[in-house]
Write a protein that binds this ligand. Structure first.
Ligand code: PGA
Length: 254
């Protein structure tokens, strides 16, 4: 079994490199005792080099990337530039980026560029709204679109984060609307999509994690009943102690 993968997505926080460094150090202290978990910390771009030296157990992630290698692309950051800053994983297609105009085609180009350039890609997919228990077709369609032309050999560097957009920022409330059964159904839909694109064996290659808000309490059922390989954590990752409990509970969940 793979180690549980827990990713801290700090989003546009904190507001200084010094604070980012302290948060990374505190996070390292809180995750140090946990064996059998893989942790990624994804700070804002300007703080990558502040956070990198603090990392011992965790590896560095970025929150976005551009698909071109170099050139006149003001404001964009390439795969190579991220690697030079020490980044191993990049989040692509987060719903907060899709909400400000990132299209499936852009997510596809970013996913491909990241994987082909040797980065781990954390591809976020998820429906905006939901009625009833059926996973909307948008989820499979986003996976299919992002993986167009991606060689099967690259799937081992792929992580797919199922993020029902309507459940994000609900602070992992235990009565949260996305039940472990819905989460498991999403996993099956994602696996079936990968099996359709490649072959049935391929569906077990990428890790599939959950990102619709988790807490130290809900992470256990996300993993044990939702059959997820880990979680993409937003707001709860800004508190090192809470994040440490999420990592520990994820590692221990059966
Ligand atoms: P949240 O964010 O944990 O703050 O709900 C999750 C996400 O957007 O990845």
């Amino acid at each position: 079994m793979n180690k549980r993968l827990i990713i801290a997505n700090w989003k546009m926080n904190p507001d200084s490199g010094a604070k980012a460094r302290v948060l990374a150090e505190d996070t390292e202290r809180c995750i140090a005792p946990v064996r059998d978990a893989e942790v990624v910390i994804a700070p804002p771009y300007p703080f990558l080099r502040d956070v990198a030296p603090a990392l011992v157990k965790a590896v560095l992630g970025a929150q976005d990337v551009f698909w071109e290698g170099s050139g006149a692309y003001t404001g964009e950051v390439s795969v190579r530039q991220l690697q030079d800053a020490g980044v191993s994983y990049v989040i692509v297609g987060h719903s907060e980026r899709r909400a400000i105009g990132e299209t499936d085609e852009m997510v596809h180009k970013k996913t491909r560029a990241a994987l082909e350039g040797g980065l781990g890609a954390i591809l976020c997919v998820g429906e905006d709204t939901r009625s009833g228990n059926v996973i909307p077709a948008a989820v499979g369609a986003q996976v299919r679109s992002a993986l167009t032309g991606v060689k099967k050999a690259l799937l081992k560097k792929l992580v797919i984060a199922y993020e029902p957009v309507w459940a994000i920022s609900t602070s992992g409330a235990s009565a949260g609307p996305c039940t472990p059964d819905m989460i498991f159904q999403a996993r099956l839909v994602i696996e079936k999509t990968i099996a359709d694109i490649y072959d049935p064996g391929a569906s077990k290659i990428p890790r599939i994690i959950y990102g619709g808000s988790v807490s130290p309490d809900t992470i256990v059922s996300v993993i044990s009943a939702g059959h997820m390989d880990g979680a993409l954590v937003g707001s709860a990752s800004l508190n090192a102690e809470t994040f440490g409990r999420i990592v520990r509970n994820a590692a221990e969940a059966v």
